[in-house]
Structures are given as C-alpha cells and as structure tokens.
Design a binder for this molecule. Sequence first.
Ligand code: PMP
Length: 401
Amino acid sequence: LSADRALDVRGDFPAIPEGWAYLDSAATAQKPRVVVDAITRAYGETYATVHRGVYQRSADMTLAYEAARKRVAGFIGAASADEVVFVRGATEGINLVAECWAGKQLRKGDRILLSTLEHHSNIVPWQLVAERVGAAIDVVPLTGDGRIDLDAMAAMLTPAHKLVALAHVSNVLGSVLDARRATELAHGVGAKLLLDGCQAVPRMAVNVADLGCDFYVFSGHKLYGPTGIGVLWGRGDLLEAMPPYQGGGSMIDRVSFARTTYAPPPARFEAGTPHIVGVVGLHAAIDYVEGVGLERIHAHEAALVREAREAMAGLNSVRVFGPEESAGILSFAVEGVHPHDIATILDEGQVAIRAGHHCAQPLMDALGVPATARASFGVYSGPADVAALIKGIERVTRIFG
Ligand code: PMP
C-alpha cells in the first residue's frame, strides 16, 4: 500500500471510532476537529449577530462572516466575493436560481436541459418553474458506462434551450462531467449552465472561471463543514439582474409602504439573520480540505474506488455500476439481494453504506434497478475500509448464496 493512499488524517475526525468503516460521505461528511472547534468557539466565545451591531463584538463577527465569503470566492475561483451567496445548501441554491433566474427569464416554449443522473434537487425545482412559465424539460441520456452523454447533448441542444443544469459529479455513480465541454455546448446555443457541485467540491479542485459555467452550487455538510449552510455562486451580471428570493431584513436598500428597494447581491438573496456560525464552520472546513490538498484527496478517493471495483469484480454475484474512473463514489448490487439487506448485514460488521434510490429515481429507472448499494469515500477513508467493505459483501454472498 503506497503511503499516500492512506492520507493519515483519520485522527482529525473525533466522530469516527476505531474499526468503523464510514462509507456514506456522499450523503454527508464527518467533521474534522478544527470545524467542531470553530463552531464551539463561535458560539462559546465570539458570538454576536452580523451586519447590524455597532458594538465591537458584532463588528468582529461581521468581519468573520465576510471573510468566509472571500474565502469561498478564492476557493472556487470566483471573480468577486459579491458573487457568493450563502444559502442553506445546494437544494436551496438550485431553487433560488430556478425561482429568480429561470422564473424571470423563461417564457412559454423555452426549454431546460437536464440529465438522467440528476439528483431530485436538480430536477424538481426545474419542473416547478417549467410548469409555472410553460417551459419544457429535455433529458440528456447517459453513455453505456454511466456518464452524461455530451455527444447526445450536442445533438439535442436548440436555441429554445435557455438553461442546462447538470451534476458535476454524480452522487450515485461518481461519474465526473467534462464541465468545460458542457459549458461550450450550452453557450453555443445561448443557454446558461448551472453545475450541481455537491459531490465535486469535496473531491476535486473546482474553479468556476476555468469551467466557464454561469451558476455553481454546493452544500457545506458534504465538504466536512456544518449542515444548514451552502453556497450559490452566480456570475455577477446574472445575479445583478435577478429579483429577490425571499423578502425580509438585510436584503433591502430602503423600505417604505409606498416602495421598497433592494440591496445589491449578495445581500439581496440573504434575507433574515443568516446562519452565522455555519458560515464560520464552512470557512474552517475549506481551510481544512485545502490544507490536505484537493488533488491529493481526489487521487486518494479515486484509488480507493479502483481498489474496491477490482475486488468486487472478483466476486461472482456482484455487479458494479458507473465508469471505471470515478470520484470516490461506487454503486453496486449483489444478485438476488435487496440493497437494504446488504446495508444491514454490512452494518453488523461495522461498515456504514447507503442503500436506496439516492434521490435519483430516474437514474434507477435507467439502470433498471429499484435501488443500489453505495459506498462513498472521504478524506479519512483508507484501504482498511475497502477491506471491511469487501469482507462484508463476501458475508452477504455467503448468507444469501
Ligand atoms: N445534488 C447532489 C448531487 C447531491 O448529492 C445532493 C445531496 N445528496 C444534493 C444535490 C442536495 O444537497 P442538500 O441536500 O445538501 O441540499
């Protein structure tokens, strides 16, 4: 086992006991102590509201809140911190774009392009807005090995397509999108591109300027940060032209009963007291992953998936889904065994995986299965976790064989 395959950071994660193989990081990642400490400090020592107080404590917390916004901007290559909107998570980010961009820009007869492997949160918000404005949704199929088929997408795109929304990394198959090509194709017909970066941001270096996309969303809790905080990045000119999402405090310029005017982005989209401590925790999480290095994390997780795939290929009744090369996520099935039974038996052996449709029912339909078992890796995963997984699957095949 090469030294770098075990990143040797497990000791940073207080909630992962010795001997427990946590293989559900795609659902949510465990937290390093530095994130837990940042949250504890923010509530226990430095806590106050942001953006309002004239007293020193609040001014300091405001600085911390806005420093986190700058940190996020640097982390994803945004041109300005003003392009970074704090939201509850990817789900809210996508709903915000659907409501405030698509809801304003789309007309009857316009079309939205999604793919077969999207998470429900990158499907349903578009269905809601499409129904409201009279737009239609088209779906890009997958290649045989489970990647979004960009050749098919090229053939499908028309000038009626105003928006393309795709997962940067699939939460079920780990497939990595060629995001630059997707951008070129979308922009070629004048469509905007939103990337759902939930599974990409924890697993690879992301730079929105290089990718050329128009909107990018991700959730803090999958990036080793707190729940309840996420990021919507949007190109400045697009955010500028969007109406508010919710009304309330902090998002206004001037309020009167005759006429209310709104703050510029990002404040326009952050009504109400924000998740102050979530933002502080997210900052610590970004410092943490950048400290380890996203190139290393990517290579590490890809190697673990490769190892797991190879071992599963040697087991007769096991089927693996998705492409050879994937970003830290592997779905599989055992012939004749429901994925929930696989997960239950694995849990008896201290291996935590996910079983179900993974909020991607159209993908399950395309794969021809009701559900899959999914192992997903994180920065703290190692060869011992793969070994425990394979041992557990062998036990499943013995019990059901
Ligand atoms: N998109 C993808 C690809 C995801 O994996 C998830 C979370 N499973 C989401 C969107 C939604 O993220 P959240 O529930 O944190 O808003």
